[in-house]
Design a protein around this ligand. Structure first.
Ligand code: ZN
Length: 138
């Protein structure tokens, strides 16, 4: 069995954003030379997510609105975590949107269902953060 590891780095210029990272994951898969196996993609930070969904801007606006209803950023003082920090909402949003995804690798390609794309969800940006790609197989 082969294994391959790569970190993808991001510095998002806003507090929150959704970024389609499918091209970077496909590039990592090509680099790995693995044809059959599994690909794990996880955020390495507790205020960011990796998830799979549709690359549709209306849906992304709906995610933002929905997450702000569930865990509004402001007022910062509403959260017990925000003593010397202001990112409690980002931890909660990360928990809702998830830490990682696993995609099957078949014939050297990510074996997606229709419209599936991989996203990095940033909830506390403006600094360098990373995503781990780990691929195992043969
Ligand atoms: Zn925090």
């Amino acid at each position: 069995m082969k294994s391959f590891r790569k970190e993808l780095w991001f510095e998002v210029p806003t507090r929150r954003a959704f970024i389609n990272i499918t091209p970077q994951v496909e590039a990592a898969l090509a680099e790995s030379k693995i044809g059959e196996g599994l690909c794990l993609i996880n955020a390495m930070h507790i205020s960011a997510s990796v998830f799979i969904n549709d690359d549709e801007s209306g849906l992304h606006a709906d995610f933002e609105k929905w997450l702000e209803k569930l865990a509004p950023e402001k007022p910062h003082s509403q959260y017990a975590h925000n003593r010397g920090e202001d990112n409690a909402d980002a931890h909660l949003k990360r928990t809702i949107m998830g830490r990682e995804v696993v995609v099957a690798v078949t014939d050297g390609k990510l074996d997606f269902g229709p419209w599936e794309q991989i996203f990095y969800g940033e909830f506390d940006g403006l600094r360098r953060k990373r995503v781990l790609v780990k691929i195992i197989g043969e």
